[in-house]
Design a protein around this ligand. Structure first.
Ligand code: PHE
Length: 341
């Protein structure tokens, strides 16, 4: 019998060398020490077959083997777990002296940047924001703006009609009417938003962004317009940039002007950007046509107004020196990265 116990002991000692993880040690322990199926557990069951006079000695031997095995395998388990913990420490070690990996940082799209800058400039002059809707009625986009059906000025903008009554707004000027219908003067609003025209080349896109300005109060004149636009150009294009007004035509302003700013690239000397003229066309504007005020129920003898419409893509193209409007819509990260001041 003793020889059998000794054989199991040697088997355990030899088997220990084959163990490589605490999970294997767990299985190994079960193989010998499980109460029902373990090899040592089964030895106890043999007791009934042992002659009575040998029972005491046999029992003692098995018990000793069990105590030894518990301690031996327990030691193995401890060692194995300590080794595994150490391995984990090694594999998860962080070298805090390594330079950090460079993380790419996103930034706002140039259109959003310019939009925010314009809002900042005009909010500083007391303008409030009004955002109109992209789908408009023919009335708000044209008729109320003194552009009735068959008016030749409708040809100035190629319109996407959704139905005879509804269209995609061609200009944020549509917002002027909503504001004047709902608010008594004094009015000072800025209306940014997308507009749509069937137009597509290097400097035009079927969808682009405008920023409308409208001021209505007593005694508003073209001088107020130029004063405000002077502040706008010097903040956006740089100190010292000036404006000049040229006569133009819009049905909803009278007089109407095209506004140029002095070339911020060459300072007015003449260069490629300003095509040698020293001036760059930046927006349309004017004194609000009396008919438009009257359409909105505002007494045009008591009040007068000014309005302007800035193209945000155009502003961004000039400011960043981009010659194709599509670059602003393609979302090419290599381009956008360069335009983030
Ligand atoms: N709505 C005009 C356009 O889109 C711009 C404009 C706005 C002109 C306000 C005068 C006054 O071309």
């Amino acid at each position: 019998m003793n020889a059998n116990l000794e054989q199991i002991k040697q088997e355990i000692i030899a088997g220990a060398d084959e163990l490589h993880s605490s999970k294997e040690v767990y299985e190994f322990r079960k193989k010998y020490l499980d109460g029902k199926t373990g090899k040592i557990g089964l030895l106890m069951k043999e007791m009934k077959n042992i002659p009575n006079d040998q029972k005491a000695e046999y029992g003692k031997g098995v018990n000793e083997l069990k105590v030894w095995a518990l301690e031996f395998i327990g030691g193995l388990d401890e060692k194995m777990k300590a080794k595994e913990l150490q391995d984990r420490y090694e594999s998860e070690r962080i070298d805090i002296s390594l330079p950090a990996e460079k993380t790419e940082q996103g930034n706002l799209h140039p259109i959003t940047l310019i939009r925010n800058q314009l809002i900042d400039v005009f909010a500083g002059m007391g303008f409030e924001i009004f955002e109109g809707t992209e789908i408009e009625t023919d009335y708000y986009n044209f008729t109320a703006l003194n552009t009735p059906q068959d008016h030749p000025a409708r040809d100035m903008q190629d319109t996407f009609y959704l139905s005879p009554e509804f269209l995609l707004r061609t200009q944020t000027s549509a917002g002027q009417i909503h504001v004047m219908e709902n608010k008594k003067p004094p009015i000072k609003i800025l209306s940014p938003g997308k507009v749509f025209r069937s137009d597509d080349d290097a400097t035009h896109s079927p969808m682009f962004t405008q920023m409308e300005g409208l001021v209505v109060d007593k005694g508003i004149t073209l001088c107020d317009l130029q004063g405000m636009l002077d502040v706008f150009v010097s903040k956006i294009y740089g100190e010292g940039t000036k404006t000049r007004l040229r006569p133009s035509y819009f049905p909803f302003t009278e007089p109407s002007v095209e506004v140029d700013c002095s070339c911020f690239e060459c300072g007015g000397q003449g260069c490629k950007l300003c095509k040698g003229t020293g001036w760059i066309e930046i927006l349309g504007a004017g004194v609000v046509n009396k008919k438009v005020l009257e359409n909105c129920g505002i007494d045009s003898d008591e009040y007068s107004g000014l309005a302007f419409g800035i193209g945000i893509e155009r502003t961004a193209m000039l400011k960043y020196g981009i010659n194709n409007i599509k670059l602003l819509f393609e979302s090419d990260v290599r381009v956008l990265k360069q335009l983030n001041d």
